[in-house]
Design a protein around this ligand. Structure first.
Ligand code: GTP
Ligand code: MG
Ligand code: NA
Length: 343
């Protein structure tokens, strides 16, 4: 039987890697935003979430003929900090996702938080791909904006190609030292046995079509079962924030199920469980970062996967990193309160 796109929820993809490898900049390049330049010290200090509707992904992959068969409704991408002090956020981000992008700077190779990220992904058995970023920094690289990577690689001078090959091989050896087989994605015969490498530049956008295409393809091929829509709500609190005009709000990632305005919810609080009612379900506009202040869209209901800002009374003492529960029609609030406090 044929399944319609309605049956698949949007996959969640987490971006991980060492500090300053270009995780946020890659997202900026896809979103056409400038989040990275607004960060204090150019360092990400929070988990971010951005929803990419399929129409935007189609637009960015149109130069790749093979990218025609994409059936998921969109992609929710979680940005994480690479600075060593944020291991807890990397762990939380990687715990939410179906697939991950591990970003490696082609000029630096594997670094301490690259290895930490590999270990987190391995521990949770999360499939991932490698974005080998900053190819534009190879000597005398000639950029062709937003081009598929193989097109632009072919156009480089011999010595640039040769530097690319040498550095890529070195990084493949370093990955092998972490017991990971890897291969450039167009040479990779068995995507389950070897990690696919996609060379990218967040400055010129080269390789971005390939990266988006591969993400969608892999999630569809490898985890259709996991993406089959389920109604049970699975939702994690990312941040507790006071917003002018809205009071205390929580930013959440809805991994599964549906949330409605007016739903009774339970979240873990510093002084015990918080039972409250969703007053408003807000999202940033598509292709905008949830963690950045902006204007919001109101929704009556929202289906997974989404990054959502929830307004409700009594959220002041909510705790980031815990689960949000919805009290169903014939469910007992007391049981759910106990469940919520186990976090
Ligand atoms: P953290 O979130 O703090 O771990 O860093 P990050 O991985 O998000 O890296 P970020 O996007 O902050 O980029 C770090 C620096 O590298 C910035 O100055 C970017 O402009 C630069 N940069 C990122 N990607 C590229 C790239 O593809 N090419 C070049 N030349 N510079 C890049
Ligand atoms: Mg960042
Ligand atoms: Na940075």
């Amino acid at each position: 039987t044929k399944r319609s796109a309605d049956d698949l929820r949007s996959p969640i993809c987490c971006i991980l890697g060492h500090v300053d490898t270009g995780k946020t900049k890659l997202l900026d390049c896809i979103r056409r935003t400038n989040v990275q330049e607004g960060e204090a010290g150019g360092i990400t200090q929070q988990i971010g979430a951005t929803y990419f509707p399929m129409e935007n992904i189609r637009e960015r992959t149109k130069e790749l003929p093979e990218a025609a068969n994409m059936r998921v409704p969109g992609l929710l991408v979680i940005d994480t900090p690479g600075h060593e002090s944020f291991t807890n956020l990397r762990s939380r981000g990687s715990g939410l996702c179906d697939i991950a992008i591990l970003v490696i700077d082609i000029m630096h190779g594997l670094e301490p938080q690259t290895i930490e990220s590999i270990n987190l992904l391995r521990m949770r058995k999360t499939p991932f791909i490698v974005a080998l970023n900053k190819v534009d920094r190879l000597y005398q690289w000639k950029p062709r904006n937003n081009a598929p990577i193989r097109t632009t690689l072919q156009e480089q001078e011999r010595h640039t190609k040769s530097e690319f090959e040498t550095r890529t091989k070195q990084i493949m050896v370093q990955l092998q030292e972490q017991s990971l087989n890897s291969e450039l994605y167009w040479k990779n015969k068995d995507k389950r046995k070897a990690v696919s490498i996609i060379p990218t530049s967040a400055i010129s956008g080269e390789g971005i079509p390939d990266l988006l295409y591969l993400l969608v393809l892999l999630t569809q091929e490898m985890m259709e079962k996991k993406l089959m829509y389920v109604s049970e709500v699975e939702c994690t609190v990312l941040e507790v924030k006071v917003v002018e005009g809205l009071g205390t709000t929580i930013d959440v990632v809805l991994v599964n199920g549906v949330l409605h305005e007016g739903d009774q919810i339970v979240v873990c609080g510093m002084q015990g469980p918080i039972v409250t009612t969703i007053r408003a379900l807000l999202t940033p506009h598509p292709m905008k970062e949830l963690r950045v202040k902006g204007s919001y869209q109101h929704h009556k209901e929202l289906k997974a996967a989404q990054g959502i800002k929830i307004t409700a009374q009594g959220l002041e003492h909510a705790i980031a990193g815990t689960q949000l529960y919805v009290v169903g029609e014939d469910e007992d609030v007391e049981t759910i309160k106990e469940e919520a406090m186990k976090d």
